[in-house]
Ligand binder design. Structure first.
Ligand code: G
Ligand code: G
Ligand code: MN
Ligand code: NA
Length: 254
């Protein structure tokens, strides 16, 4: 669908944008932060979703400059929100396994933090369980390195990939995101409910932050609260939208 050159041009022409989806604390109804989700505003083909270009970016290595653009943009946005709203919001970004293990990642992150003057604690790094397919020692070392620099690590799509538990046993992570596939059936399907309940208990016992993804209804959010998962993200609270629209909403709530 797209070629390496298309992607390279898109990067050079600044055609990528971050959309932001709110993350809220369901108990207080309070905004805690956003997940940044990349979009490609193609001049001829319109709005392109990551499903149509992330794989190509990974296979060509362009995921590194693209991921660096995401990091820089997220830090810049955190700085803007700090200046405008004096906010304590966080931004979570998605990192591909390849970028997560790239030698330049820690120094690039630190460079952006220093240039913007934003605390490293404000940027949450989401990776999937599939990172565990890579070199175990390298992953462990990288997680410790990033933690030492103040970054929090979040396991995205928790429960759907490889080696869910080995992560938690050996690696230093701070947050798990309960995958939306388990959330969607939480009120009707006893198996989904049992899985979510168990993930929450596991997270609590290990002292991890929990966040539920793909929360689409009030009923789901209420069930999650009863089960003890207070942080949530999903269409019920808001879709991923461009930063201008986020700013309009922030002006009215902050
Ligand atoms: O909302 P959405 O369709 O954007 O996200 C689809 C998938 O693309 C998700 O699995 C998400 O993790 C991934 N994704 C979104 N933004 C980024 C990004 O900036 N970098 C990487 N590597 N993946 C992303
Ligand atoms: O990074 P991750 O794989 O978690 O990507 C989240 C994906 O889920 C993105 O494509 C995002 O647009 C999508 N998403 C976010 N909230 C909801 C929701 O409430 N329902 C559904 N179906 N998808 C959602
Ligand atoms: Mn994610
Ligand atoms: Na996810």
């Amino acid at each position: 669908m797209f070629s390496e050159m298309n992607l390279r041009n898109g990067l050079n022409q600044n055609e990528f944008h971050l959309y932001y989806q709110p993350q809220v604390n369901g108990l207080l109804g309070e905004l805690v932060g956003f997940e940044a989700l990349i979009r490609w505003q193609h001049p001829e083909r319109g709005l392109i979703f990551p499903g149509d270009f992330i794989e190509l970016a990974e296979s060509t290595g362009l995921i590194i400059p693209l991921g660096e653009w995401v990091i820089k943009e997220a830090f810049t946005q955190l700085k803007r929100w700090e200046l405008i709203f004096e906010s304590h919001l966080t931004i979570s970004i998605n990192l591909s396994p390849r970028h997560f293990l790239h030698p330049d990642l820690p120094s690039y992150l630190i460079k952006c933090a220093q240039e913007t003057g934003v605390d490293t604690e404000k940027l949450v790094l989401e990776i999937t369980e599939n990172v565990a397919l890579e070199d175990f020692q390298a992953v462990k070392k990288r997680m410790n390195e990033l933690n030492c620099l103040g970054f929090e690590i979040s396991i995205d799509d928790f429960g759907t990939g490889y080696s869910a538990f080995i992560y938690l046993q050996h690696f230093s992570v701070q947050q798990i995101k309960i995958d939306q596939q388990f959330i969607s059936g939480i009120n009707e399907d006893p198996k989904s409910e049992a899985i979510v309940r168990t993930i929450i208990e596991l997270g609590n016992r290990l002292g991890l932050q929990l966040i539920a993804e793909g929360v689409e209804t009030k009923l789901q959010s209420e069930r999650l609260k009863e089960l003890g998962c207070l942080d949530m993200q999903g269409y019920y609270f808001g879709r991923p939208i461009p930063v201008d629209e986020i700013n309009k909403q922030l002006s009215s709530v902050l």
